[in-house]
Design a protein around this ligand. Structure first.
Ligand SMILES: NC(=O)c1ccc[n+]([C@@H]2O[C@H](COP(=O)([O-])OP(=O)(O)OC[C@H]3O[C@@H](n4cnc5c(N)ncnc54)[C@H](OP(=O)(O)O)[C@@H]3O)[C@@H](O)[C@H]2O)c1
Length: 305
């Protein structure tokens, strides 16, 4: 079975399975991966400025020759572009790199800002700055009428932040992209997003390289029962919850497998629901104590909305 589209709160359709591109940047491999993936049927490509590989993606997309209207291209701007006067330029940079006229979806990559001069993934605590999320968001709202982006959304936003944000929005985020796999299920956040009309995309849907989802005994058992793979079980479980997924693979066989789901029974869904460990691959609080509020709402309130 092939997954379909997810309808966003503005009527746009987002393909429920996308291709992750983080750390798929070994020279030449990414371009080939993009071409293989598009030929296999992937239309949704998940990019980000900080992945540092958008030029190669843009070039490969041009070469593969699928009409732009049939692709669904997502990108995210980095935390050093949160000052409202920098947001439009951040989108232009992304479009230049991807060699596109518009994005289907632009995401605020994280709900915190760092100083504009920091352009790398490593920074120090003193580089974190107070730019109210709503100032950045209003600048994103202004981009929609330019035609350079069809939908706008957020990534790594918790419920407390969204609850404060939504009443102030002219445009409610179309998507919240967060880490979701069977070991980090985000049940409450997903429920809240759905209730608020925000579609959810699950990143690291296989647990990435660090979280051992694909070796989980129950996931393996379900995979065997369906003559599928643990990856297919993890992806099918998220898709059955109405969550889009963006698995990354550079391997043709796995790219193909990840496009096809198994149909899980309600008992299997319920049992997978019980293996949650709230175990994240990505958490900025491991390096920056002041960012504990991002994923540990109980410990520290978000300082700026
Ligand atoms: N918004 C954010 O802050 C954020 C954060 C992290 C990630 N993301 C996005 O989410 C995407 C996915 O996350 P991720 O790349 O960290 O993790 P992932 O997609 O959960 O896992 C990728 C890993 O699984 C392997 N894999 C893929 N398909 C497989 C299969 N069928 N069977 C066995 N192994 C398989 C891949 O290896 P091979 O390549 O060798 O197949 C790779 O090592 C990223 O690429 C990025 O686009 C967003």
């Amino acid at each position: 079975m092939m997954a379909k589209n997810i309808e966003l709160n503005n009527g746009e359709l987002m393909p429920a399975i996308g291709l992750g591109t983080w750390r798929a940047d070994e020279s030449g491999v990414l371009a080939q991966t993009i071409k293989t993936a598009v030929n296999l049927g992937y239309r949704h490509i998940d990019c980000a400025k900080i992945y540092g590989n958008q030029e190669e993606i843009g070039k490969a997309l041009k070469e593969v020759g699928v009409p732009r209207k049939d692709l669904y291209i997502v990108s995210k701007f980095y935390q050093n572009k949160h000052r409202p006067e920098l947001v439009a330029g951040a989108l232009d940079e992304i479009l230049d790199e991807l060699q596109l006229d518009y994005l289907d979806l632009l995401l605020m990559h994280w709900p915190y800002a760092i100083k504009p001069e920091i352009g790398t993934i490593t920074f120090s605590s003193i580089d974190i700055e107070d730019v109210p999320i709503m100032d950045t968001w209003r600048a994103m709202e202004d981009l929609v009428s330019t035609g350079k982006v069809r939908s706008i959304g957020v990534s790594n936003f918790n419920q407390a932040v969204l609850e404060k944000m939504i009443p102030q929005c002219r445009i409610v985020p179309a998507v919240n992209q967060v880490e979701i796999h069977p070991y980090n299920q985000e049940k409450e956040l997903v429920k809240f997003c759905k209730k608020s009309g925000i579609a959810v995309t699950g990143y690291c849907p296989l647990g990435g390289t660090k979280i051992n989802v694909m070796n989980d005994n129950f996931i393996k058992h379900v995979a065997e029962a369906h003559i599928g793979t643990p990856a297919q079980v993890a992806l099918s479980w998220a898709l059955a919850r109405g969550i889009a997924v963006i698995p990354k693979s550079t391997n043709e066989i796995r790219l193909k497998q990840n496009l096809h789901q198994v149909t899980l029974t309600s008992d299997e869904m319920r049992m997978i629901g019980k293996i949650d460990k709230h175990e994240r691959k990505v958490d900025p609080a491991r390096e920056y104590k002041e960012l504990e509020w991002v994923f540990h709402e109980d410990k520290m309130e978000c300082p700026v909305i």
